[in-house]
Design a protein around this ligand. Structure first.
Ligand code: ACO
Length: 365
């Protein structure tokens, strides 16, 4: 039995949802280039594409939007919980607790359940954020797009078109990414015929880790600690000498620049080309890439999506505490696509392991 640590290179299922070409740096959603979708489509349409396999058109699109908007609710029970969970509990743990108060969904997952979970996530995050900042909770509006509504609920005012466009590009680019750790988690839970909420809640737990969805705020911290370009090389050298990782770099699948990082860099350029912090981030990236070549010459370590996630979310003025939660907002769409696909031809996921403990230990008194 061959063991592949981290399941590297192990193919566990067929999927029609997305394809990653790690050598060429391409990401395809159901046949469409994700980078192009980020600037030409809307998040709602991309969700439809991921879940149903085609773009909605005409009447189908109208119906789709109506369903998305009608499913937006913030019940009194949810508000009570948002205000009761102690403030020391982090946002994603709060989200998990509040989500489970939604109506108990049955197996197998349905479109209606799927839409309800997707639209509920940003509503809960925004409500908790405002509560923690001693501001009145802002209910969702049914005349705004998914991206515009998220910003509206967070800020209490309608966001500029530029900010909505920037967020929408981010949401589309990070909605789906194959069998990453959190998505795989959602498929494992679904494979036991557990409900959609349990699968999403488990995926949130997986995404929260600092080397998965927790990375963008770590990138922000890293840039903050480096402080000035003069310190960048020595700071990163010290990290690498200690065998530590540079946040925002490296990927299991991409052996070239993550296409999402490139697309997000272009998005940020539109908003922040003249901002000193953006120039600083680009320079730090260049130094980091040189050092990674020097320290890990055989590893092909390049910039990943999280490096420029921090930049794009900063450019649209989201605080760092919302970086990982906003990743959950987008990735819920991908998790649900996989939950529906897994449920449609399910077999319980149950891999093997190789036992390496003692074979025949004697019990002594
Ligand atoms: N900085 C320095 N060295 C690195 C980095 C990095 N960012 N990433 C990988 N390496 C090195 C490791 O030290 C290891 O070197 P060694 O073989 O000499 O010991 C080698 O490259 C392989 O590293 P693994 O951790 O085994 O690679 P894996 O494919 O398991 O991990 C991961 C990929 C988790 C993304 C890793 O690159 C990492 O931790 N990066 C930093 C955190 C980060 O940016 N995460 C966001 C990823 S994107 C996302 O989840 C949405």
């Amino acid at each position: 039995m061959q063991v592949n640590p981290g399941l590297e290179g192990v193919v566990v299922a067929e999927t029609a949802i997305s394809h990653i070409d790690g050598q060429q740096g391409h990401l395809i959603y159901r046949g469409y280039d994700a980078k192009q979708l980020a600037t030409t489509s809307t998040f709602e349409k991309v969700v439809h594409l991921l879940w149903k396999g085609h773009f909605p058109d005409g009447e189908e699109e109208k119906q789709w939007l109506v369903k998305c908007r009608q499913s937006q609710t913030l019940s009194d029970e949810m508000i009570r919980l948002i205000q009761t969970i102690p403030e020391r509990i982090d946002m994603l743990s709060t989200l998990r607790s509040v989500l489970v108060t939604m109506e108990n969904p049955d197996w197998p997952p349905t479109w209606e359940q799927a839409i309800r979970v997707l639209v509920q996530v940003p509503i809960i995050i925004a409500a908790r954020y405002r509560y923690l900042h001693h501001k009145p909770i802002v209910p969702p509006r049914d005349d705004l797009s998914f991206a515009a509504n998220y910003l509206y609920m967070l800020r209490g005012d309608e966001a500029s078109e530029a900010h909505v466009k920037g967020l929408e590009a981010y949401l589309i680019l990070t909605a789906e990414h194959g069998f990453n750790a959190s998505t795989f988690t959602s498929r494992v839970v679904t494979s036991t015929e557990s409900d959609i909420l349990s699968a999403v809640v488990a995926a949130i737990g997986a995404l929260k880790g600092r080397i998965h969805g927790g990375a963008p705020s770590e990138v922000d911290d890293m840039l903050g600690e480096i402080g000035s370009i003069e310190r960048a090389e020595s700071w990163m050298r010290e990290k690498l000498e200690r065998g530590e990782k540079l946040m925002g770099f490296g990927h299991r699948v991409y052996k070239t620049t993550d296409p999402r990082a490139e697309a997000l860099r272009t998005v940020v350029q539109e908003y922040a080309a003249n901002e000193p912090w953006f120039d600083f981030a680009v320079q730090v990236e260049q130094i980091a890439l040189q050092l990674l070549k020097e320290y890990k010459p055989h590893r092909s370590i390049y910039t990943n999506v999280e490096f420029y996630t921090a930049a794009v979310l900063k450019a649209i003025q989201l605080p760092a505490e919302l970086y990982t939660p906003t990743f959950v907002v987008s990735r819920t769409a991908g998790w649900i696509a996989h939950i529906l696909e897994q449920a449609s031809h399910n077999r319980i996921i149950r891999p093997d392991s190789r036992y390496v403990g003692p074979k025949c230990a004697k019990i002594t008194k």
